[in-house]
Design a protein around this ligand. Structure first.
Ligand SMILES: Cc1ncc(COP(=O)(O)O)c(C=O)c1O
Length: 396
């Protein structure tokens, strides 16, 4: 059979996924400390089933932008007009629609490195090429976007869009005000669209100042993405949204073209759209409770790994659901992760999953239940310290 090149890579499992499946099918209980599926960690707002019980969930009112009642509530909460919002099944689907809107096969979009690996697949499935721009880490100041490189790469690749994840996954870094201004100005001057993924926006942790959203930006054509998956820990509800803004003529043209794409799929389900107004009312208490859990887990990772002569480091984590642990490179990330799985039944994502520039990082999910997370941190430290103890003994 002949298949398209869109998947771009082998469909075989990598060694880490293969060992995890083998252990699980042998009955081992594997603790995934990079797990970002909130439904496995007791995270859900109250009242979800009640919100789904309305008779209106049984009606089918096809509207390419999604139910107006849901869009009105989004506009009230996040700003703009109801007509500037499009509802889709997820943020991932929102990306796919925007890539279809902006790119011909072979065109490029800029994405951050380190970054979430999903974007390569999302772009690949639309026959779009991702070109990376760098984020650089300086301890303890945090991550900064290499703006020179971003501009150089955008021009060289004739990029149709720049993707900014605000805050980025897994670095947790928000765009600073000056980075934001520089990117918006550059996009406006060059006629490049901005795709701002703000799904983790409310989860600020160590950010030192309030950061503005990109959503609603009027200087350049902007697509701001958000959804229930992170905002209310409801990925199973399959509801995301795009807010379009920008110079009025561009925003209007983009919206009427996006309408044709959305009309082809009509993806957002009536139950989730009808439930949205009641669900969004739960946002503030829910987000603040989850932020508390994230902060407790971040503090517990710091307590487990930091100290005046510690060889470990938890990178600055301005926001989001992930903390990055840097550890001494006695073995490659792959060897370390496979060893942790085999010996401790702990699954963890290595830094290379996210294209970190160097070896020696592990991604820790801060959404785990705090007592589970704290115990996992001490097991992890014990495991990672073992080669250090051996080498101390050797040199003693
Ligand atoms: C930055 C970012 N955007 C989008 C998504 C996907 O969100 P959704 O479940 O709405 O497709 C993820 C998933 O973890 C993510 O990390």
């Amino acid at each position: 059979m002949q298949f398209s090149d869109r998947l771009g890579h082998s469909t075989r499992q990598n060694a880490i996924a293969a060992l995890t499946s083998t252990l699980r099918s042998a009955g081992a209980s594997v603790l995934n400390i990079s797990d970002s599926n909130p439904t496995r960690h007791g995270l859900a707002p109250g009242g979800v089933l009640e919100a789904l019980s309305s008779q209106a969930c049984l009606d089918y009112l096809p509207d390419p932008r999604g139910l107006e009642s849901a869009r009105l509530v989004l506009a009230e909460r996040f700003g703009g007009e109801a007509d500037s919002y499009f509802l889709a099944a997820s943020t991932s689907e929102s990306y796919a629609w925007i890539f279809k809107l902006l790119c011909n096969p072979g065109d490029s979009v800029l994405v951050p490195r380190p970054g979430y690996p999903l974007f390569d697949s999302l772009a690949g499935l639309e026959a779009v090429r991702t070109v990376q721009y760098r984020l650089e880490y300086r301890h303890p100041g945090g991550w900064a976007i290499d703006l020179d490189e971003l501009e150089k790469e955008a021009i060289a690749s004739n990029a149709k869009a720049i993707v900014v994840i605000n805050p980025n996954n897994p670095t947790g870094s928000y765009a600073s005000i000056s980075e934001r201004d520089a990117i918006v100005t550059f996009c406006a001057e060059r006629g490049i669209a901005l795709i701002a993924d703000e799904v983790f926006f409310p989860y600020a942790l160590e950010a030192s100042q309030d950061r503005p959203r990109f959503g609603g930006e009027t200087a350049c054509l902007t697509f701001a993405l958000d959804g229930l998956s992170k905002l209310l820990c409801l990925p199973q509800m399959k509801l995301g949204w795009i807010r379009i803004s920008g110079p009025p003529a561009d925003a209007c043209e983009a919206a009427s073209r996006l309408e044709l794409i959305a009309d082809t799929y009509l993806s957002a389900g009536a139950p989730a759209m009808n439930a949205l107004p009641a669900l969004l009312e739960r946002t503030e208490p829910f987000v603040s409770q989850l932020r508390e859990r994230l902060a407790v887990n971040l503090a517990s990772a710091r307590a487990a790994f930091e100290g005046s002569d510690s060889p470990f480091r938890i990178l600055r984590c301005d926001g989001g659901w992930t903390a990055l642990l840097e550890y001494p490179r006695f073995a490659t990330e792959e060897e370390t992760v496979l060893g942790l799985l085999r010996d401790e039944h702990i699954a963890v994502q290595p830094g290379y999953f996210f294209d970190l520039e160097r070896d020696g990082y592990l991604a820790l999910s801060l959404i785990l239940e705090p007592s589970v997370f704290a115990k996992a941190m001490s097991r992890l430290r014990r495991y990672l310290e073992a080669p250090l103890r051996l080498s101390d003994a050797h040199f003693a």
